[in-house]
Design a protein around this ligand. Structure first.
Ligand code: NAD
Length: 493
């Protein structure tokens, strides 16, 4: 008989420091801030609370490493070897990363190990391979004795600013192409979930990334993040987070004309037609919203269902919601973990109340739960009889709350799907691939999943339309956005 795999255990995490110029150090003020485990509601560790002075040090180190260090001039193959080493170390330390993410963000350990971790190491392999193909061009001029050469060069110092959800994946999706293209990096993670950022910075050191090429600063967005965005030596801000903060960053970066990529919020529509395989469509719809307890930018947070199957879909979703296993994210049977922080928990509960006060009907969930008397758990919550104009259908909730909206015709489904300021992701569940492709053309969103949801690959561009942002992560398009073109004119006469 095969022995059951040991359940991963919480571990003590040492005090988190800043990584500046290849050395760990405390914040210059000596201040720290706590990070909490949403399952136990206990403090995990103290982490350095950096300030503008620390940002200045980190950016100066990154700028020096870019201007004077070997990184940008390194042979592409040598740099690729280093990035492959980073990928290997990520895989070797997958357990540690998964435990940290479960403790910090409440993501089920198993989901992280099976899906997120391979994606993170895959990003480094993909971009290091791709960067080896970075090449220039040769163009004709009017005059025969004049030659025009083009080449792509790195931008300089990249500030990677990341949100509290999927902290590791959304850091790797910026850092891998930024480093592969020859830039240097200062990473600023969200204050609520800094634990994997600390472990990633250690990976950079252990892989042998030259000093100053990779720096980590932890601290509040409003002070430390703000200083990073305004710093004159930062060339690009690669941001993932809320639309409001993204708008702020664009404004604050305007004086120094920052390059920016903006991965922002969403309210993604999932359309289910009556000809879909209902069992598969309901499974897809359920995990589209409730994976990582709805704390997912691309969550399928508006379910739009064709009238003939509407009641059946709502009933099935309600049953799945009632049977979902909430619990400690480290346990293998857990499907839904706790909400990442108390502030987010309170915000989601306010939306649950707004749903109850609307014309929609609560058909499942709507309550908080405790596990062993603790934890920021919210039940998967489904509202039937919803329309697209109520608060819970219009605003990004970023939690396990799903309004289900009926429709009569294909045109109406498309109209409802596009009736949102956002445009991050979308999905169509149908037995007709012809219809799916026809509608995919008309949906205003950066990703359209046909008969599936939550599929990602390092080669597949990812990003938003409308208020969900601009620029793309992943794919050759992302690498391009960490480079700029130089045109060299040569007079042979
Ligand atoms: P947030 O916007 O509150 O914070 C994101 C990051 O910005 C954090 O590191 C924060 O400290 C920092 N920040 C805050 N104010 C700043 C300022 N003035 N200057 C510089 N940095 C500042 O977002 P959040 O609550 O951490 O994450 C949830 C949001 O992120 C949701 O809206 C979600 O949709 C979005 N998100 C988008 C994607 C995507 O790929 N499009 C992916 C994940 C999350």
């Amino acid at each position: 008989m095969q022995a059951a795999a040991a359940v991963p255990q919480r571990r003590s995490i040492p005090r988190g420091q800043l990584l500046i110029n290849g050395r760990w150090c405390d914040a210059s003020s000596g201040e720290t801030m706590p990070t909490f485990d949403p399952t136990t509601e206990e403090k995990i560790a103290e982490v350095a609370k950096g300030s503008a002075a620390d940002v200045d040090q980190a950016v100066a180190a990154a700028s020096r490493a870019f201007e004077e260090g070997p990184w940008g001039r390194m042979h592409l193959e040598a740099r690729a070897k280093l990035l492959f080493k980073i990928a290997d170390l990520l895989d070797e330390r997958a357990d540690d990363f998964a435990i940290r993410e479960a403790m910090d963000m409440g993501m089920p350990y198993r989901d992280f190990r099976d899906t997120i971790m391979p994606h993170c190491s895959g990003l480094f392999r993909f971009f290091s391979g791709l960067a080896m193909q970075i090449s220039g061009g040769y163009r004709q001029s009017y005059e025969p004795e004049i030659r025009i050469f083009t080449r792509r060069e790195p931008l300089g110092v990249v500030a990677a600013i990341t949100p509290f959800n999927f902290p590791l994946a959304l850091t790797c999706s910026k850092v891998a192409p930024a480093l592969a293209a020859g830039n240097t990096v200062v990473h600023k993670p969200a204050s609520d979930t800094p634990l994997t950022a600390l472990a990633l910075a250690q990976v950079m050191l252990d892989a042998g990334v030259p000093e100053g090429v990779y720096n980590l600063v932890t601290g509040p967005g409003s002070t430390l993040g703000d200083a990073l965005v305004k710093h004159p030596l930062v060339d690009k801000v690669a941001f993932t987070g809320s639309t409001a903060v993204g708008q702020n960053i664009i404004r604050n970066g305007a004086d120094t004309l920052k390059h920016t990529t903006m991965e922002l919020g969403g309210k993604s529509p999932n359309i289910v037609f009556a000809d879909a395989n209902i069992e598969a469509a309901v499974q897809t719809a359920f995990w589209a919203i409730f994976w990582n307890k709805g704390e997912v930018c691309v969550a399928g947070s508006r379910l739009i269902v064709e009238r003939p199957i509407y009641d059946e879909v709502v009933d099935r979703l309600a049953k799945m919601a009632e049977n979902a296993i909430l619990g400690d994210p480290l346990l293998p049977e857990t499907q839904v973990g706790p909400i990442a922080s108390k502030a987010e928990y309170d915000k989601v509960l306010r939306y649950v109340e707004a749903g109850k006060e609307s014309k929609a009907r609560l058909v499942a969930g709507g309550n908080t739960r405790r596990v062993n008397g603790k934890g920021l758990f919210i039940e998967p919550t489904v509202f039937g009889g919803a329309t697209n104009d109520i608060k819970i259908s219009r605003e990004e909730i970023f939690g396990p709350v799903l309004p289900v909206i009926p429709f009569e015709t294909e045109e109406e489904a498309i109209r409802i799907a596009n009736d949102t300021p956002y445009g991050l992701a979308s999905g169509i569940q149908t037995g007709s691939m012809a219809r799916a492709l026809r509608i995919a053309d008309k949906i205003k969103a950066g990703t359209v999943w046909l008969n599936m949801w939550h599929k990602y690959h390092p080669s597949a561009p990812f990003g938003g339309y409308k208020m969900s942002g601009y620029g793309r992560e992943q794919g050759p398009e992302a690498l391009e956005s960490y480079t700029q073109y130089k045109t060299v004119w040569a007079n042979l006469a």
